[in-house]
Structure formats: structure tokens, C-alpha cells
Design a protein around this ligand. Structure first.
Ligand code: PRP
Length: 176
């Protein structure tokens, strides 16, 4: 089923603490609003926010560029929008992974039209080899190779999100 564990639970925990400490330093006094992009980012967002040492707000968006395919369609579908108004706020978009970059490119542009004070991106995983759109990622956990990864929020057809670590899914699973 899995080729190997790519990032262990312990490594994840250490990295999330580091990113959280950096954001806490950078956003001191700014009361940022974190936007958790569902569903993949829910585990990372929850862990990240738990380690913050500054006050912050939380909102959610449910978007998709994929449908049931494994290739990004490039078109952003908003399934559930934010509950709050981000005008004048310092926004941090939290993603589990940036792949083609389509989702974050379109999302950042969309949120910028709502007049926030700033918009930055925090992604736990980055697959730079797959990038189709230039997107500046301000906080990143790990750059990873172009493998199909699951766990820590990442799914294959909605399975494996609940694994505590990040694993490489065997080709035999998704190429059958
Ligand atoms: C995944 C991931 C990002 C996006 C990244 O979401 O959470 O939102 O794909 O890919 P991109 O850089 O090629 O746009 P997905 O649409 O699979 O939804 P999910 O978070 O509910 O799993």
C-alpha cells in the first residue's frame, strides 16, 4: 500500500513548532486571521495554531481544483466561502500542499480583491517540480519530490487523511 514514510510524526511536530514560532514573531501585534483550506489543511492548521504565542483568528474555506482527478483542472471551485470579512486584516492562507500552484494562485488573487491588509501563504508541503504557476510561498515546511503522498490531511480518493505521518503511496494503488 505504502512505499515508505516520507515525514515522520516527530519530524512533522518539530517543523510545525518552528513555523509557528516564526509566524508568532512576524505577526506580533497584528492579530492575523488564518484561513484553513479544507479539507487537507485541517490537521496542519490545528497543530500550527496550537503552538502560536500570539492572538489570532481562524476561518475556513472549502475549495477544489481537482474534482476526482489527480491532475489539477486549473479552475478554482469555491464550495464553501469564508464566514468572516477579511477587509483590513492580515491574512495567512494555510495549505497542506502546493503542487501545480493553481489553487493558491487563484485563491490569493481572489482574497486580494477583498482588501485585506496583507495576504501570505503557509504550506506544509511543496512540490516545486510540479509548479505550473509562480506562487510565492512565505512559510513552507518541506519541499518534497514528485511522489504521490498521503497522510497528515492528504488523501487519495478521500482515504488516508488520518495517518499521523506523510507516506508515499505505492503506484500499484493509483495506477490500477
Ligand atoms: C489539494 C491541496 C491544495 C491543492 C494543491 O486540495 O489541499 O488545495 O490540492 O494543488 P495545486 O497546487 O495543484 O492546486 P484538493 O483539491 O485535493 O482538496 P482536499 O484539500 O479536500 O484534499
Amino acid at each position: 500500500m505504502f512505499d515508505r514514510v516520507l515525514i515522520s510524526k516527530e519530524e512533522i511536530d518539530k517543523k510545525v513548532k518552528e513555523i509557528s514560532a516564526q509566524i508568532s514573531k512576524d505577526y506580533e501585534g497584528l492579530n492575523p486571521v488564518f484561513i484553513c483550506i479544507m479539507k487537507g489543511s485541517m490537521f496542519f492548521t490545528a497543530d500550527l495554531l496550537r503552538y502560536l504565542t500570539i492572538p489570532a483568528q481562524l476561518d475556513f474555506m472549502c475549495v477544489s481544483s481537482y474534482g476526482s482527478s489527480t491532475e489539477s483542472s486549473g479552475i478554482l471551485k469555491i464550495k464553501t466561502d469564508l464566514a468572516s470579512d477579511i477587509e483590513g486584516k492580515h491574512v495567512i492562507i494555510v495549505e497542506d500542499i502546493i503542487d501545480s500552484g493553481n489553487t493558491l494562485y487563484n485563491l490569493k488573487n481572489l482574497l486580494a480583491t477583498r482588501n485585506p491588509a496583507s495576504v501570505k501563504i503557509c504550506a506544509f508541503l511543496d512540490k516545486p517540480d510540479r509548479r505550473l504557476r509562480e506562487v510565492a510561498v512565505d512559510y513552507v515546511g518541506y519541499a518534497i519530490p514528485d511522489e504521490f503522498v498521503v497522510g497528515y490531511g492528504l488523501d487519495y480518493n478521500e482515504d488516508f487523511r488520518t495517518l499521523p505521518d506523510v507516506r508515499i503511496l505505492s503506484r500499484s494503488v493509483y495506477e490500477k
